[in-house]
Design a protein around this ligand. Structure first.
Ligand SMILES: [Zn+2]
Length: 279
C-alpha cells in the first residue's frame, strides 16, 4: 500500500518550487504578493521581508560575475554508475532525469570568469540536481577547477548548495570530502585565496569539507547550514535545540561563518575581499 504519492513526477527541477510559473509569486516567508519582474530586479529576494529565494546556477552567474565573462570548463563531465545502484529507481535513470530537468550535467558547474574585473575560478552548485549531492564527478570537477586556479594563479570561489553526499555512490561519494579538502591544501600552499559562499541549504558532506574550508566563509541571510538535520541531532543529544539553530545568523554568532551577506551585496563584498587579498 502506498501512503504518499508525489503530485508531480519530478521534484528535481532547476526551477525551484519557490519560483512558480506566472507573473506573480507569494513570498513563502511573509505572504507578500510580488510581481515576478520586481523580484528578479531585487536579486530574487522579497521586497518586503528580504526572504532569499532559492535560485539556480544561471541566476548566480548573472548576479556575481561580470556580464559575459563566464566560461564553463569540464561541462561534459557527468556521473557514472560504478555500483550499479538501484533504489526506488536506477541511479542512471535518476541522473538522466536530473540532466533533462535542470539542463546541467552535474550538481556543480565550474568555470572561469571575473568579478568586478578580477579574474577568478568559480563553481556553482545546483540544489535541483539530485539535491546538490556530492558524488565522484562533483569531486572531480572541484578538483580540476582548483588545480586550474593554482596553474593560473587565480582565487577560488564556490557557491555551495547541497543536501550532502550522493548516497547512490556510497563510499565513493564520501571520499570526495578528502579529495576536495586535499586539493584545497594545495591551493593554500600556493597562497591563493578561497572564498566559500553558503546558500540555502548547505548541509552534509559539503559542509563537512569545502563548505567550511574557505579562507573567508560568507553566507546568505536565513540559509540553512548544518551537517545532520535538527531532528537527528535532537534525538542524539536528547535536548531541544535553540530557535534559529543551523541558520546563517546563528552560525555567525557562534563563529562558524565570517559574514552574512545579503545577495544584493554579494558581488561587491567578494570583490572587496579579493582586492584585500591582492594587496
Ligand atoms: Zn517576504
Amino acid at each position: 500500500m502506498v501512503w504518499f504519492l508525489r503530485s508531480k513526477e519530478n521534484i528535481e527541477s532547476e526551477k525551484s518550487k519557490e519560483m512558480p510559473d506566472g507573473l506573480w509569486t507569494k513570498c513563502p516567508s511573509c505572504n507578500e504578493i510580488i510581481f515576478k519582474k520586481q523580484l528578479e530586479e531585487n536579486f530574487f529576494t522579497c521586497i518586503k521581508c528580504g526572504h532569499h529565494y532559492r535560485i539556480g546556477v544561471k541566476e548566480y552567474i548573472g548576479i556575481l560575475l561580470d556580464e559575459g565573462s563566464f566560461v564553463e570548463i569540464n561541462s561534459n563531465l557527468t556521473s557514472a554508475d560504478p555500483l550499479n545502484f538501484y533504489d526506488s529507481k536506477a541511479y542512471t535513470e535518476r541522473i538522466a532525469q536530473a540532466i533533462a530537468s535542470t539542463n546541467l550535467n552535474e550538481a556543480l558547474v565550474t568555470g572561469m570568469g571575473s568579478i568586478d574585473k578580477i579574474p577568478v575560478g568559480i563553481g556553482f552548485m545546483s540544489f535541483n540536481f539530485i539535491g546538490g549531492s556530492m558524488g565522484s564527478t562533483v569531486g572531480e570537477k572541484f578538483f580540476r577547477l582548483t588545480r586550474l586556479c593554482i596553474e593560473k594563479s587565480l582565487p577560488l570561489i564556490i557557491v555551495c548548495a547541497s543536501g550532502g553526499a550522493r548516497m547512490q555512490e556510497a563510499a565513493l561519494s564520501l571520499m570526495q570530502m578528502a579529495k576536495t579538502s586535499a586539493v584545497l591544501t594545495e591551493l593554500a600552499e600556493a597562497r591563493l585565496p578561497y572564498i566559500s559562499v553558503l546558500t540555502d541549504p548547505t548541509t552534509g558532506g559539503v559542509t563537512a569539507s569545502y563548505g567550511m574550508l574557505g579562507d573567508v566563509i560568507l553566507a546568505e541571510p536565513g540559509a540553512l547550514i548544518g551537517f545532520a538535520g535538527p531532528r537527528v541531532i535532537e534525538q542524539t543529544i536528547k535536548r531541544k535545540l535553540p530557535p534559529n539553530f543551523q541558520r546563517a545568523e546563528f552560525l555567525l554568532e557562534k563563529g562558524f561563518v565570517d559574514s552574512v551577506v545579503p545577495r544584493k551585496d554579494l558581488k561587491k563584498t567578494i570583490a572587496t575581499i579579493l582586492r584585500w587579498f591582492q594587496n
